[in-house]
Design a protein around this ligand. Structure first.
Ligand code: COA
Length: 339
């Protein structure tokens, strides 16, 4: 992938995948740290000091698609893009309504995107950056021109609210972005994706259990249905791979950190974000943070941030931003783009 792309009639023409618009949707219901102290042995002070999270949203009695669809609709409205213009929809979720149809197909049906092909990409908290990289690859292959990435999670359904090591971290929400292939702008400059499946058990949410379907006991155990996490291992993985991914994406683009206006990281833990700030000498104002209000919404966290940033007018044309994801898989990825 090159930054500036080709010559036409003697002129350098920029081409690339541009971010057109964003949308998000979070459920109304808030779960504060103080409410959690009534459920498990914890304290507001412990949660804020170790994670930075103060409250999160909970989608009680809602399916993931009920978050994804309004987020997608808002992204289309924000960009003045009609559903018929979409030729690709990628959805990310660890909590789909169903194995089939996919969340992407549910969104496609609800918004009436008749001309799009649609599928889910599974990369847990790195979902948005992975899906954006896939969109960029389809565009560069000439197989699509306008795409919707929609990330939606109802992780509260996977969380054991008697397990204090996990229940304070996660929240529910959805974020979406529309991308378009441009023959005049650069958009995405470089991407770096990675995974370490050998550490997958550090963040484990099981699907259907292995069983003897014809003769066996088909009860699904209580512990099997919840998310299990080795927090320290995930933290170490993030502290190592996130700066490495940022280094590599900058190197590939021939840029340095001081040329970057924004870093939009996956919202898992303020201490991980502090590692990024210190490593690159970034000012706090250059790194967008909303985990205090939403907790870790997995794949939805980066697009929810982007949508807030756009609503606040923080993202300006020509600025350079890095989106960073990491999490289950274990996976990670970074995308460098010109807004
Ligand atoms: N409230 C109070 N105490 C808690 C607690 C809570 N909610 N959760 C854990 N503790 C206790 C532990 O039981 C432990 O007690 P002990 O020393 O008596 O055994 C103590 O606090 C320290 O636990 P530890 O796991 O060492 O804390 P930590 O500093 O590693 O912080 C995390 C825990 C989960 C906040 C941290 O590891 C983390 O953020 N990891 C990354 C997780 C993540 O981002 N996951 C999603 C990735 S997409």
């Amino acid at each position: 992938m090159s930054i500036i792309s080709f010559y036409k009639n003697g002129e350098v023409i920029a081409i690339g995948t541009i971010l057109v618009s964003t949308g998000s949707y979070v459920p109304e219901q808030r779960l504060t740290n103080s409410q959690l102290t009534e459920m498990v042995e914890t304290s507001d002070e412990w949660i804020v000091q170790r994670t930075g999270i103060r409250e999160r949203r909970i989608a009680s009695n809602m399916q993931t698609s009920e978050l994804a669809i309004p987020a997608a609709q808002r992204a289309l409205e924000d960009g003045g893009v009609s559903a018929q213009e979409l030729d690709l929809i990628i959805a990310c979720t660890a909590t789909p309504d169903s194995y089939t149809p996919s969340l992407a197909c549910r969104v496609q049906a609800a918004i009436g995107a008749d001309n799009a092909f649609a599928f889910d990409a599974s990369a847990a908290c790195s979902g948005f950056v992975y899906a954006t990289d896939i969109v960029d690859s389809y565009f560069r292959a000439g197989k699509a021109k306008t795409a919707l990435v929609v990330c939606a999670e109802t992780l509260s359904r996977l969380v054991d609210f008697t397990d204090r090591t996990v229940c304070c971290l996660f929240g529910d929400g959805a974020g979406a972005a529309v991308f378009r292939w441009s023959e005049t702008e650069e958009g995405i400059l470089q991407t770096v994706m990675g995974a370490d499946g050998t550490r997958g058990d550090a963040l484990l949410a099981k699907a259907l259990p292995v069983e003897d379907a014809l003769n066996g006991d088909r009860t699904y155990s209580h512990t099997d249905r919840f998310l299990h996490m080795n927090g320290k291992e995930v933290f170490r993985f993030a502290a190592r791979t996130v700066p490495d991914a940022i280094d590599r994406v900058l190197n590939k683009a021939g840029m340095t950190a001081d040329e970057i206006d924004w870093v939009v990281p996956h919202q898992a833990n303020l201490r991980i974000i502090d590692v990024i700030c210190r490593r690159y000498g970034l000012k706090k104002e250059q790194v967008y943070v909303n985990l205090d209000r939403f907790g870790n919404t997995s794949s939805a966290s980066v697009p929810i941030c982007l949508d807030e940033m756009r609503q606040k007018g923080l993202l300006k044309r020509g600025q350079r931003a890095i989106f960073v994801g990491f999490g289950g898989g274990l996976t990670y990825g970074a995308i460098l783009l010109r807004i």
